[in-house]
Design a protein around this ligand. Structure first.
Ligand SMILES: Nc1nc2c(ncn2[C@@H]2O[C@H](COP(=O)(O)OP(=O)(O)OP(=O)(O)O)[C@@H](O)[C@H]2O)c(=O)[nH]1
Ligand SMILES: [Mg+2]
Length: 215
C-alpha cells in the first residue's frame, strides 16, 4: 500500500507532563511535599506506611494515595489506622499517571497536611518513567529480591532521591549480600542516601521519616 495517510501520535507523555505541572503548582500553593514510593509487589511499601503511622501516633499531617491494579486492601489497612487515604485503581496499568493523581490530590484536605505519600503500583520498572509532580521518587527494595536489582533495573535507582532497603530483619535467614547491594546502588547513583529499615521491628524508620520531613 502506497501513499496511505500515516497517523502520528506525538507527545502523549507531554499530556502527563501538563498534569504533573498542575500537581506541582497545587503542592507549592498548599506547601505540601509529595513523595512517590516505588518498588516491586510485596517489597513492603504499605507495611512501611503502617509502621510510620504507629511509631508516630501524634503525627496526623500526612495523607496517602494508594496505587494498585485492583482491590482496596492497602487503603483499608491505612484507613484502619486513621490515616487519610484514597485508593487509585489502574484496572490493569502498571503505574500511576499524573492525571489520576491530580484528581485524588485535590480531594485531600491539603490545608491540614504537610505531606502526601503516593504508594505507586507494585512495579520496579514502569512507575519510574512517569513524572507525577512529586518532590522525590523513593525506591523501595526488599532484601528478599536479591542484591543485584539496582543494576538490573537502574532507571528507578537513578531517578530516586533515596533508596529504602526493607525487611533487614530477614538478612540472617538469607544469602543476601548487603555490601554488594549497596555497591550496586552506588554504581547507579553515587550520592543517593540509603535507609535500611525493618517495618517489623521499626529499625531505621525514624531516620527515614526525618529525611522525608526535611525535604
Ligand atoms: N519480615 C518482614 N516482613 C515484612 C517487612 N515489611 C513487609 N513485610 C511483609 O512483606 C509482605 C508484603 O508487604 P506489603 O507491605 O503488603 O508490601 P507492598 O510493597 O505494599 O505490596 P504491594 O502493595 O502489593 O506492592 C507482607 O507479608 C509483610 O508482612 C519487614 O520489614 N520485615
Ligand atoms: Mg502495598
Amino acid at each position: 500500500m502506497k501513499n496511505q495517510m500515516i497517523k502520528v501520535y506525538k507527545d502523549l507523555m507531554g499530556q502527563n507532563s501538563l498534569w504533573a505541572e498542575k500537581i506541582r503548582l497545587i503542592l507549592k500553593e498548599s506547601k505540601v511535599t509529595m513523595i512517590n514510593l516505588i518498588g516491586s509487589p510485596g517489597c513492603g511499601k504499605t507495611s512501611l506506611l503502617e509502621k510510620m503511622t504507629t511509631l508516630f501516633p501524634g503525627k496526623r499531617d500526612f495523607a496517602v494515595l494508594e496505587g494498585d491494579v485492583e482491590t482496596t486492601h492497602d487503603a483499608e489497612r491505612l484507613n484502619a489506622l486513621g490515616v487519610p487515604v484514597s485508593q487509585l485503581l489502574t484496572s490493569g496499568a502498571c503505574h500511576l499517571e499524573a492525571k489520576m493523581v491530580y484528581h485524588a490530590l485535590i480531594d485531600l484536605p491539603l490545608p491540614s497536611l504537610k505531606l502526601v505519600i503516593v504508594e505507586n503500583v507494585g512495579n520496579l520498572v514502569c512507575p519510574a518513567e512517569f513524572d507525577i509532580g512529586e518532590h522525590a521518587k523513593v525506591a523501595v527494595l526488599s532484601v528478599t529480591e536479591g542484591e543485584d536489582k539496582p543494576v538490573k533495573y537502574p532507571l528507578l535507582f537513578r531517578e530516586a532521591k533515596a533508596v529504602v532497603l526493607t525487611k533487614i530483619d530477614l538478612i540472617p535467614h538469607l544469602s543476601f549480600n548487603k555490601d554488594a547491594c549497596l555497591n550496586y546502588i552506588k554504581q547507579v547513583n553515587g550520592t543517593v542516601p540509603v535507609f535500611e529499615i525493618s517495618s517489623l521491628s521499626g529499625d531505621g524508620v525514624h531516620s527515614l521519616v526525618e529525611w522525608i520531613y526535611s525535604l
